[in-house]
Design a protein around this ligand. Structure first.
Ligand code: GRG
Length: 331
């Protein structure tokens, strides 16, 4: 979904993001021209670059700070892990589109997509090692958490009795952990006091939870054009996310009858319509808003500087611009 990210309005962020862009492209250059092309494919395709923006904003929470080259490289390392996970995720899902362009696996096949994804992770690790032992260890454990979250999701595929707890544990690993680490790495490299490092780590986790719940709501309510990839993809893959889990809990039997196995022609749209009609979407928006509000509240000990304000604005922007009715207005 295309909507301006308030973090980009933070003073100096436009310039910092240009530095990120340049460093990202340089970081994936290989001796082999073909590998460079495959590894650059999704970088050239765009993306919101949210994770580097969070690393930069976290570092800027220290009053009077400048964005050092190390902070930029911290953001680049996190974005490379994100990219590597997208390369591997698209192989698992046999996805054809990503960031509005042909996916790497669709263009060059699974073997090359996996190897190029590995290459991105290797470059991320090399950069992190240059930023110190703590950052290197943190990035490595975060890659592990992404894998754990993704495996949990795979293990519960097509399970109509997937619990909300199982869902929340999975998204904490596959998505929230990387936002949390983006903020933590920015704060560590930016030289913030330990208490602030921990505050920003928890902020990033809560933001990441809100972010994934919103992403999962959009899969049910948004159009292909709004998403830049086919909507309803989670239902097709048997990934039953928060709105679906909640719709199943109050379903008269039709949705449960459709799910639990691969969908036939037309069934995905029927399942999406049933979830949208159920009230589960409004409840999921409420949950996303709760995570977002908790994230903003977490920032309180940092005071009301520009960077902190931008982090809070970016968080509320996430839940204030959904193409669905917000139950917050009817509380
Ligand atoms: C090899 C690191 C690694 C992981 C393997 C495949 C896997 C385990 C994890 C997948 C994790 C995953 C794809 C989670 C979804 C995260 C998500 C919501 C991605 C979309 O993020 P945006 O909207 O994308 O920020 P852009 O394109 O804007 O960067």
């Amino acid at each position: 979904m295309v909507s301006p990210n308030p973090l980009l309005a933070m003073p100096g962020m436009g310039h910092d993001m240009e530095r990120v862009e340049k460093a990202l492209r340089e970081s994936v250059r290989a001796d082999d021209e073909f590998l460079t092309e495959v590894a650059s494919h999704l970088i050239k395709a765009g993306g919101k670059r949210l994770r580097p923006a969070f690393a930069i904003a976290a570092a800027a929470s220290r009053p009077g700070s400048q964005t050092t080259d190390d902070v930029i490289m911290g953001g680049v390392a996190v974005e490379l892990v994100h990219l590597g996970s997208l390369y591997h995720d698209d192989v698992m899902d046999e996805a054809e589109m990503r960031r509005t362009v042909e996916s790497v696996n669709a263009r060059w096949g699974n073997l090359r997509a996996i190897l190029a994804g590995d290459f991105l992770l290797a470059r991320a690790s090399e950069i992190a090692a240059g930023l110190g032992t703590e950052v290197a260890g943190l990035l490595a454990s975060t890659i592990g958490r992404l894998c754990e979250g993704q495996v949990r999701e795979l293990q519960s595929a097509f399970q109509v009795d997937r619990s909300e707890t199982a869902y929340l544990t999975s998204i904490e690993g596959k998505t929230a952990s990387l936002f949390s680490s983006a903020c933590r790495i920015g704060a560590i490299v930016g030289g913030l006091p330990r208490a602030d490092v921990d505050t920003l780590t928890e902020f990033g986790r809560l933001f990441g939870m809100a972010f994934q719940v919103v992403d999962d709501i959009l899969d049910v309510v948004a159009t292909d054009e709004q998403l830049g990839k086919p909507a309803g993809h989670d239902l097709v893959e048997g990934v039953y996310t928060l709105p679906v889990i909640r719709a199943l809990a109050t379903d008269d039997g039709e949705l449960r009858g459709l799910l639990g196995h691969p969908l036939g022609p037309g069934e995905m749209e029927r399942a999406r319509a049933l979830v949208r009609a159920n009230g589960a979407v409004a409840g999921s928006v409420r949950t996303a808003r709760d995570f977002a509000e908790q994230a903003v509240a977490t920032l309180a000990p940092l005071g009301d500087g520009t960077a902190t304000g931008s982090l809070a604005a970016a968080t509320l922007h996430l839940v204030d611009h959904l193409p669905v009715a917000d139950p917050a207005t009817t509380r």
